[in-house]
Design a protein around this ligand. Sequence first.
Ligand SMILES: Cc1ncc(C[n+]2csc(CCOP(=O)(O)OP(=O)(O)O)c2C)c(N)n1
Ligand SMILES: [Mg+2]
Length: 358
Amino acid sequence: MKKTVAKFEIQYVQILNEKGEVDKKLEPKLSVKQLKEIYKWMVLERTFDNTALMLQREGRIGTFAQSLGEEATHVGATFATEKVDWVFPDYREHIAFMMKGVAIKDLLTHWGGSEDGMKLPKNTNMFSVCIPVGTQTLHGVGAAIAAKLQKKKFASLTFVGDASTSTGDFHEGLNFAGVFQAPAVVVIRNNQWAISVPRTCQHADWGGCQTRAETLAQKGIGYNINSVQVDGNDVLAVYSVVKQAIDNAKKGKGPTLVECVTYRLGPHTTADDPTRYVDSKTLKQWEKKEPLTRFKLYLKKKKIWTEQFEKQVRKEAKQLVDKGVAEFEKHKPKPTDMFDYVYEKLTPNLKAQRLEWE
Ligand SMILES: Cc1ncc(C[n+]2csc(CCOP(=O)(O)OP(=O)(O)O)c2C)c(N)n1
Ligand SMILES: [Mg+2]
């Protein structure tokens, strides 16, 4: 006998198309104030990104990972969280830090090479920058399991890259999210690249690609997790889907995996040269889908966006970032910081090494 024992499908959600036209049936109910806030955060992320890139080029910070092109995913998802919810980032969601209340100075201190910057203030509900890819899934899901066991009313939002979905940690995290029905939301920022390794296997007939899975969202199906794919350059779609997921998580309806399909418009980091492997035609096509322009068109149609508003938003963003840079450059981290903000309790060998600095 043969019979089908399981079937699945993945839905794709887009609310705002590339012309800034909205699907009225799916349009989220956001106030003018909220829509303006979303735009401000996106502009702030772009401003921070440009400034940090220049700081790196001038040798004023270390290697930096830009977020160019991914603003809708970062801002839309984080905007869907409440203050009580915890965010577990990797290394590209700079704006999530700011949205959760971390000072630009501290963020730059981290990118300037000092862990002192990741000594995050209490009540920010933000985890530190996570460089080992995929491992933050375990932290995010672990926190959500803890919330459930302790009967606390918060959800966790974890960001992972497309390539991170190939790590064991990602799968272990998702499995436990499913097993414990944890109030966890995992957002995949599918920017289509793992440094120079492409997400799809279109042009690779052997191992030169990340995975042959049709979607990354379907990886959640294996763990019976509600899984959906979203246009990651559409801030309204990202916000709506993640908001629903966070609400569901907090109502005890279990975890959600959200794949946001976007594109990395810049290099992997400042140490990378994407002109060696990114096809310029593809890049140009994605530049046209860039998220800020699209959201601006929507705000224009709603008569929220004006030249005056744009000028004001850009001015405020520049002032905030400039202030953060000035504070960061005034701050002089100590060499012992590299020991002090990683472990709660130092291991004996690190303790001995730390003593050499005193
Ligand atoms: C566990 C681990 N293995 C390898 C690396 C080296 N590494 C740094 S970034 C990266 C690619 C990550 O790609 P993705 O998850 O898609 O995130 P993106 O950089 O595109 O935002 C790799 C393999 C790492 N940081 N951690
Ligand atoms: Mg990637």
